[in-house]
Design a protein around this ligand. Structure first.
Ligand code: N7H
Length: 470
């Protein structure tokens, strides 16, 4: 069984948030001092038991307010997550292999393989990343909460305890988008709907979550961890956190939809554009999945957690046609469900993350050109990076042939949202027009641009106390 007071809260439960600040840091030369001061920071790290408790009390609070017919006030919430990169482990003096070559190599060396853009000089690839990620960082704090003020207060508390033992290298603050865009990422689509249920934690999975994944798919050293034998004891109940700073070219994305409406009889150009957006993602902006709402948005279905994830591309016509949902639509590429006979357990990841950057300005919208950086501070958890994040990005999203076994005249193409092409001219997607399934749509250069990232290890609370701190 999993000890929920030992696993960091962000992994299985998630910390309720309106804002979130991600701080990347280096450990200064007095490592012994860092480890000593870290002892006082460990009690500030949120556990799964605490995160779940917070979730439950917010739910209760909202229900009470609804029963009284009043608007629920925002409860003060703040949660802290801590992870270390391979460089960080080394700096601390932890030299055991953790049993994950992708983590040990680090994301910078993985950038080219992931398809990130960059330049080659003297045979050496350098990605077009923000400097912080090109120089390597030792660790990351993620501080999530209800307001900037609670978050800043918590950061001050952490910094006071760590004193001069760390140097902040880079930070980015994300926020839930305003008004009706709450919960939607910057392209406008509702996010955070589908995550796997985890055995020993999610006792009441929602329809569509499928068989809960065994805990070792997310946590090291637990049931069904594929590399169980390779784990040092301190790694048990930790998880790998893949972080990506992903900029999104929203006005450019919107212009493309505007210029390429799906020409279905009876649709206005605006409806055709909206339909194309849904065909790229596999869900309408409301969150309603194409597999259940193939021709028209269904906001009521979208808002119903009992129904909005309850599909697996199993309608009789689904597996061999793109009538309902293109093979390469983002949600189908990244979780192909019955395209793989629902044998996807080892590929599942738990996604967290939050949008960053301002809303699109009127002048950006008018010119169809991004001038303010915005996007997604993406992070996800898994026990094996080569099975989770890395596999989904490289072997699925960037792989034009996936999902395999479809009619030979219909190439799925790239995941239009996150698929990265070495040759821009090759970035195509099949099946966007349900009435012309063999036609390919040429996509412009990536609308989601990777500006960096790193692979971190989020240790258990007991490991933080005994192996990381002293
Ligand atoms: Fe994706 N988007 O707005 O298009 N994603 N994603 N993602 N994503 C999902 O089902 C988006 C990214 C997955 O179980 C939804 O919760 C954007 C990366 C997976 O059916 C939407 C970016 C990776 C799922 C988006 C981005 C993934 C998923 C639907 C970057 C992994 C669950 C909401 C800026 C390598 C699929 C939902 C399932 C869902 C979007 C990144 C993976 C709307 C804009 C890097 C596994």
């Amino acid at each position: 069984p999993v000890n929920l007071s030992n696993v960091q809260g962000d992994i299985l439960a998630g910390i309720p948030k309106k804002f979130e600040t991600t701080i990347f840091f280096n450990i200064n030369n007095d490592v012994a001092a860092f480890r000593k001061h870290l002892t006082q920071v460990v009690p500030l790290i949120t556990t799964t038991t605490q995160a779940k408790g917070t979730r439950d009390s917010i739910l209760q609070h909202k229900q009470n307010a609804a029963a009284q017919g009043v608007q629920a006030a925002l409860l003060p919430v703040v949660g802290v997550t801590l992870g270390f990169s391979q460089l960080g482990l080394k700096k601390i003096g932890i030299n055991d292999s953790i049993g994950d070559p992708v983590f040990e190599q680090g994301q910078l060396k993985d950038a080219q393989h992931l398809g990130d853009k960059g330049t080659i000089t003297n045979g050496q690839f350098t990605p077009d990343w923000l400097p912080a990620f090109k120089n390597g960082v030792h660790g990351v704090f993620v501080i999530a909460g209800d307001s900037i003020i609670t978050i800043e207060a918590k950061i001050a508390e952490i910094k006071l305890k760590l004193g001069l033992t760390i140097t902040e290298v880079f930070r980015s603050t994300g926020n839930v988008r305003p008004g009706p865009e709450k919960g939607h990422e910057h392209f406008g689509f509702l996010d955070g709907i589908s995550n796997p249920a985890v055995k020993d934690f999610d006792t009441n999975p929602l329809p569509g979550q499928g068989t809960p994944v065994r805990p070792g798919i997310i946590l090291l050293g637990r049931e069904a961890d594929p590399n169980l034998a390779a784990r040092p004891s301190w790694a048990v109940e930790g998880s790998f956190l893949a972080f990506r700073y992903l900029s999104q070219l929203v006005p450019e994305f919107d212009q493309f939809l505007k210029k390429n409406p799906i020409p279905l009889p009876g649709l206005t150009p605006e409806q055709g554009s909206e339909f194309l957006g849904a065909r790229l993602v596999g869900r309408w902006k409301s969150g309603a999945p194409l597999d259940l709402a193939p021709l028209k948005d269904d906001p009521i279905l979208a808002a119903d957690p009992q129904r909005n994830n309850d599909f697996d591309y199993s309608f009789p016509e689904d597996l061999q046609t793109q009538d309902r949902c293109p093979f390469a639509a983002h949600v189908r590429k990244t979780n192909p469900r019955n395209d793989l006979q629902n044998n996807t357990e080892t590929r599942r990841i738990i996604r967290r993350g939050i949008p960053f950057g301002p809303e699109v300005t009127p002048s950006e919208a008018q010119q169809g050109k991004t001038t303010h950086d915005r996007g997604l501070l993406f992070r996800c958890y898994q026990s094996v990076l080569a099975n989770g994040f890395q596999f989904i990005q490289v072997s699925w999203a960037n792989n034009t042939g996936f999902p395999f076994g479809k009619p030979a005249d219909q190439v799925p193409g790239f995941d239009p949202i996150i698929g990265q092409a070495a040759d821009p001219a090759s970035r195509i997607m099949g099946g966007t027009n349900p009435q012309n399934a063999t036609a390919n749509l040429g996509l412009p250069a990536e609308w989601v641009v990777s500006k960096g990232g790193e692979y971190f290890f989020a240790p258990s609370i007991s490991a933080l106390k005994t192996t990381f701190a002293t």
